[in-house]
Design a protein. Structure first.
Length: 566
């Protein structure tokens, strides 16, 4: 749960936020499981939905039950038809009546408020167990084991984590263990309580787990099961030397949401409070963290360029405390113009630039030499694509240039008399970047694979879904596969600004948008929307989605390119 640190601030953290496994937008958990496992039996589906609710109740945060889940509602995730909003009164709508509910022979034609429904009973039991054990409500969550970590990405297996209420005088460690596999699974992992018996709570079982002298415990979990254990003794205080210091930062400056991390040794249960000071202003508290890695993300966008002092106060359960300070240069200046000098060993004709939300600059004619790109808005990252067009449906593309503007361009920029920040960017045939001339003797630039007979990257239809079509998956906006890793569709654009994504009909196999970064994958699944600013409205444009392997054909390092053109 390392991503939890993004929620640390002066008012809250991930442990205080609501959590859910179903809602009207995402779909109900019963439907999600059926969609992922079309051949799932009724019995397995019920057990998996029960297991999902156990994860919800025993994890950090405040569990939120979407009404109807306790009655086995599934829907079909058709948001436009309100299939996820079915009420519990008898329905006369044939489509709703045809839904296969979880854990019951009832249909939507029946009154579906049944307090004996197996999911209603399960949720009632989970809520009672959570209420009876404060640690399951308030305790820190520490990940202990995930089958995915040790078996090459297999998502079916054991998940285990500790819940520990460190605010208690004698904190007891709880273990929550889940098995998402249809087979028994055994896992060995660390705990914070050596030489302890972990007694199962909630079901009357008398068979404990036992940790060894180093705190390791081995558990065998039945198929599609969950269990909660509580240690029979409190966590001992650490007698190791307690140390804390700021983590080193390689970059010369930082921008945006700045990661501030403190490295703690000698105690796995420290409290780190973070503070910031700007100039002569008083030191200001900005948040806390109680679990490693100890860090916070501080929004610095209100600062143009300034040295900022960060301060921490770290303490542990013995009363030991350590403080520290560091000065970071915050630089939120933005490049206004990039003059691109491309050595162009492959004699490409066109260049297109994209920023981190997919905003497109160009195309530019490379025959004109130096290409000045006038940037606007947020441009933390840029992608430069150099290409030829043998015909309207094909692209020959050099390896994509990915640029972190803060680290690569800003240090070499110059301010004009008008206050604009301008930089020259040189790219040689080895695709090395510099802000001074670095052209070399290499004859050709690296290229992306050209494979006209390449199979489709997706097994489902994909669409351009966006503000132009109410985010629907319309047949008219379905993308045609052209071969060579390229999809295309023609769309009429009526608005000056169009936000969009490449997605399948259910938002599952494909949900592709920003943020674009300097990594090989120029999208984030489920991320923010992409943006197209139309030169002219009330006309049609071609939308392309290109998913290229690298020059060695490695599909694990794909280059994904969005293109809109006349």
């Amino acid at each position: 749960v390392e991503a939890d640190d993004y929620y640390n601030d002066t008012h809250t953290n991930a442990h205080k936020l609501g959590t859910f496994i179903s809602n009207h937008d995402f779909g109900r958990i019963g439907w999600v499981i059926k969609d992922m496992k079309p051949d799932v039996t009724d019995d397995e589906l019920l057990k998996r939905v029960q297991l999902a609710h156990a994860m919800l109740f025993f994890s950090r945060g405040a569990p939120i039950i979407y009404y109807g889940d306790e009655q086995g509602f599934t829907g079909d995730n058709n948001i436009d038809e309100n299939s996820n909003r079915l009420d519990m009164f008898p329905s006369q709508t044939e489509e709703f009546i045809n839904y296969d509910l979880v854990g019951t022979d009832a249909t939507a034609a029946d009154d579906n408020f049944d307090t004996s429904h197996p999911l209603y009973v399960t949720i009632q039991q989970l809520a009672a167990l959570r209420k009876a054990h404060q640690t399951l409500r308030r305790g820190l969550q520490i990940g202990r084991f995930g089958t995915e970590d040790s078996e090459g990405g297999n998502n079916f297996g054991v998940l285990a984590y500790s819940r520990i209420d460190i605010e208690q005088p004698s904190p007891i460690e709880y273990l929550a263990v889940f098995n998402t596999s249809n087979e028994p699974q055994t896992a060995t992992f660390a705990t914070a309580t050596p030489e302890a018996d972990f007694i199962r709570v909630g079901d009357g079982s008398n068979t404990p787990l036992s940790s060894d002298a180093s705190g390791m415990v081995t558990v065998t979990a039945a198929p599609l099961s969950y269990a909660v254990y509580a240690a029979n003794k409190a966590i001992a205080e650490s007698d190791a030397p307690f140390t804390a210091q700021f983590a080193e930062v390689e970059a010369s400056s930082s921008a945006g949401d700045i990661e501030v991390e403190v490295l703690v040794e000698g105690d796995q249960f420290a409290l780190v409070d973070f503070y910031v000071q700007q100039g002569d202003e008083p030191m200001t508290y900005i948040g806390s963290d109680k679990t490693a890695p100890y860090r916070i993300y501080w929004p610095s966008q209100h600062i143009v360029r300034e040295d900022i002092t960060f301060h921490f106060e770290a303490s542990n359960r013995t009363g030991a405390s350590i403080s520290g300070e560091t000065v970071r240069t915050v630089d939120n200046r933005r490049i206004d113009q990039v003059n691109v000098h491309y050595q162009n060993g492959n004699q490409r004709q066109l260049m297109i630039a994209y920023n981190q939300v997919g905003y497109q600059y160009g195309p530019f004619n490379l025959n004109e030499g130096t290409i000045p790109i006038q940037l606007s808005g947020e441009n933390s990252y840029l992608h430069l694509v150099f290409q030829d067009r043998p015909d309207i449906n094909q692209f020959l593309i050099d390896d994509v240039i990915r640029i972190n503007t803060q680290e690569v361009l800003l240090p070499g920029s110059q301010q004009t008399e008008q206050g604009k920040w301008v930089v020259d960017l040189y790219i040689n045939n080895d695709h090395e970047l510099a802000t001074t001339n670095n052209f070399n003797a290499t004859e050709k630039a690296p290229v992306l694979v050209n494979q006209p007979d390449a199979p489709e990257p997706f097994d489902v239809d994909i669409y351009i879904r966006g503000s132009n079509n109410s985010w629907e998956a319309r047949e008219s906006d379905r993308m045609e596969y052209l071969g060579n890793h390229i999809y295309r569709t023609e769309i009429r654009i009526n608005d000056a600004i169009t936000e969009f994504k490449v997605a399948d009909a259910q938002w599952l196999d494909a949900d592709i948008g920003g943020l674009i970064t300097d990594s090989p994958e120029i999208y984030s699944r489920g991320g923010p929307n992409l943006t197209f600013e139309a030169p002219e409205t009330n006309r049609s444009y071609y939308f392309y989605y290109i998913q290229k392997p690298d020059e060695d054909g490695n599909v694990e390092k794909i280059h994904q390119i969005f293109r809109v053109e006349d």
